[in-house]
Write a protein that binds this ligand. Structure first.
Ligand code: HEC
Ligand code: HEC
Ligand code: HEC
Ligand code: HEC
Length: 140
């Protein structure tokens, strides 16, 4: 009886030591740690990336009249509908910016999918076949 208890204890301790060692090496040995050199490398990579979007703050520099007229969509970034404007803000031409008049462009936010109750929604039958912008000014 005593012999069995001792065996269990030795095994238990052995197992605990093993777990400890494995964890020790994982944390201090092989784990992918953030060192100052890996961090500066990461910063370097992030800085080398081209910015993908500008900002509504930039758009309003040139399209101010349109911007101040917005109520419904005043909280929606211009680029949520017009796509990235990075190139456009430099070239200022109409071929560098997306203008999407399709119903899908509006329904991606306004379609009444399950659980979407923060914004007003409609379904596909809402004046089907007619572009939304015929009746709704997207900048109002
Ligand atoms: C430096 C000034 C400037 C900035 C900043 C600017 N735009 Fe423009 N934008 C213009 C000019 C000029 C035109 C007219 C181009 C033309 O008709 O050839 C234009 C036209 C447009 C058009 C109409 C394109 C068409 O097909 O008729 C859209 C949409 C547009 N801009 C969106 C944006 C968005 C979104 C931003 C911010 C990401 C932005 N603009 C920032 C100058 C600017
Ligand atoms: C909800 C989507 C949406 C948002 C947000 C939006 N636009 Fe538009 N924009 C459109 C659509 C759609 C058209 C095309 C309208 C048409 O031809 O009837 C358009 C057209 C334009 C035009 C062409 C001229 C005109 O008045 O039709 C300009 C310039 C423009 N947008 C700039 C902007 C700027 C700047 C912002 C942000 C302040 C912005 N848009 C925000 C959807 C949007
Ligand atoms: C990026 C998401 C997004 C897109 C794309 C979008 N909207 Fe909206 N829309 C909103 C938000 C957010 C509001 C403000 C919350 C609200 O009133 O539902 C709004 C409000 C509205 C309202 C006012 C609803 C009400 O009675 O309060 C109308 C109408 C509308 N949008 C039409 C359009 C049309 C037309 C288009 C396409 C040109 C469009 N939206 C594209 C996000 C979007
Ligand atoms: C023929 C004109 C017309 C077209 C096209 C149209 N709408 Fe409407 N929409 C209206 C009118 C009128 C109302 C207000 C009365 C109502 O609730 O039906 C309205 C209401 C709305 C509302 C507010 C809903 C609410 O419960 O208050 C949203 C959001 C909306 N429309 C989005 C859209 C979107 C997105 C499209 C395109 C897929 C679109 N509309 C196409 C005329 C139109």
């Amino acid at each position: 009886m005593v012999e069995v208890k001792r065996k269990t204890m030795v095994l238990g301790l052995g197992f605990a030591a093993l777990v400890y060692l494995v964890l020790f090496f994982y944390v201090f040995g092989f784990a992918p740690m953030i060192t100052s050199s890996s961090q500066s490398k990461w910063v370097e990579i992030e800085l080398s990336k081209e910015p993908k979007f500008s900002d509504t703050e930039i758009c309003k520099e040139c399209h101010y009249q349109l911007y101040i007229g917005m109520k419904n969509h005043s909280t929606v970034n211009c680029e949520a509908c017009h796509g990235s404007g990075v190139e456009h803000t430099i070239k200022r031409s109409s071929d560098t910016i997306v203008v999407d008049k399709t119903r899908d462009a509006c329904l991606k936010c306004h379609l009444d999918v399950e659980g979407r109750d923060v914004i007003e929604t409609v379904n596909e039958t809402h004046h089907a076949g007619v572009y939304c912008v015929v009746c709704h000014d997207p900048h109002r």
